[in-house]
Ligand binder design. Structure first.
Ligand code: ADP
Ligand code: MG
Length: 285
């Protein structure tokens, strides 16, 4: 019978660590022709490590501590990396008037100092000049400014998840296109895309730019699944034909908005979900 087929599919999926929030999504998964993915926390582990600190007219250690104190106000994976590398922080020192600007970074006041920590877009927004070479490095960079003066940067690296190469290969074998949308800069995004053989990759996107990009794909008549870890991704998760959240690192908002939740961080489960959808369809029809 029809309901039994769907129940069976949902059960099979859940035993595989994939939560379907409705039987209809089993069906939608079989019709997907494009899988759009966020980079950080989806294709990469989302566990950043500090690699290099460049300090200008300030002590390196002081720079890292200054940024770490500010990053305490953020849940972004980048924040944790910087906090971890800073060692013990002085409890009494606290930022005030902290603003987290999506796709940019942080701004806050420490005593009389106004501190910025984020990407080049953040420094541009506040009219702070910085050396142009930071834009062309292949790594994620957190630029730092004190009172509108550039004082250096921290480079941060994230690793690809082990199963992402296989995932992209298997999706392509199913004739599904892969697209990466990321807030990280284009040079970083291009490197990841090349390693994975992703069909198309767009970087430097704000959350609203991801919505625009997804809308464009849908207007082309594509059946789109969006896969994200959810930090800032709730709008695109909702807009996609199927929104898939990574449950491991994923934000609560993402898990709430998503149609399918993958309970660990294995991206390859996207392929499993499609296969279970197809299997269920064959039983149902
Ligand atoms: P992604 O799409 O790769 O998940 P996000 O939209 O979460 O990226 O973030 C985009 C960019 O904004 C980051 O690569 C980083 O440059 C900057 N950024 C965001 N949050 C922070 C933060 N807390 N500290 C420093 N930089 C940040
Ligand atoms: Mg993200």
């Amino acid at each position: 019978s029809i309901p039994l087929g769907y129940f069976g599919g949902i059960g099979l999926a859940s035993r595989n660590g994939i939560l379907f929030k409705g039987g209809n999504f089993l069906d939608v998964m079989t019709k997907i022709d494009t899988v759009v993915m966020d980079k950080t926390g989806t294709l990469t582990k989302g566990v950043f490590k500090v690699q290099e600190v460049v300090a200008v007219n300030i002590d390196k250690e002081e720079l890292v501590k200054l940024v770490a104190l500010l990053e305490r106000n953020s849940t972004h994976p980048i924040a944790q990396a910087i906090i971890d590398s800073a060692g013990t922080l002085v409890e009494e020192e606290k930022y005030t008037a902290v603003e987290e600007i999506a796709g940019h970074g942080l701004k806050g006041n420490l005593g009389t100092k106004v501190v910025l920590a984020g990407n080049s877009r953040l420094l541009k927004k506040y009219g702070v000049p910085y050396p142009p070479e930071v834009d062309v490095t292949g790594s994620t960079v957190v630029l730092v400014a004190i009172d509108e003066r550039y004082v250096g940067y921290i480079t941060i690296a994230d690793e690809l998840k082990e199963d992402v190469v296989a995932t992209v290969k298997q999706l392509h074998a199913l004739r599904i296109k892969t697209v990466m949308l990321s807030g990280d800069k284009q040079t970083v995004v291009d490197e990841v895309a090349k390693k994975l053989g992703i069909t198309a990759a767009f970087g430097g996107l704000l959350p609203e730019d991801k919505v625009t990009a997804l809308t464009r794909l849908k207007n082309e008549g594509r059946q789109v699944a969006f896969v994200g870890d959810g930090i800032n991704d709730a709008p695109v998760l909702a807009l996609a034909d199927v929104g898939i959240a990574m449950g491991g690192l994923g934000s609560d908002a993402a898990i709430e908005t998503a149609d399918i939740v993958i309970q660990n961080d294995q991206v390859l489960k996207i392929v499993t979900a499609i296969k279970i959808g197809k299997l269920t369809r064959n039983i149902v029809w």
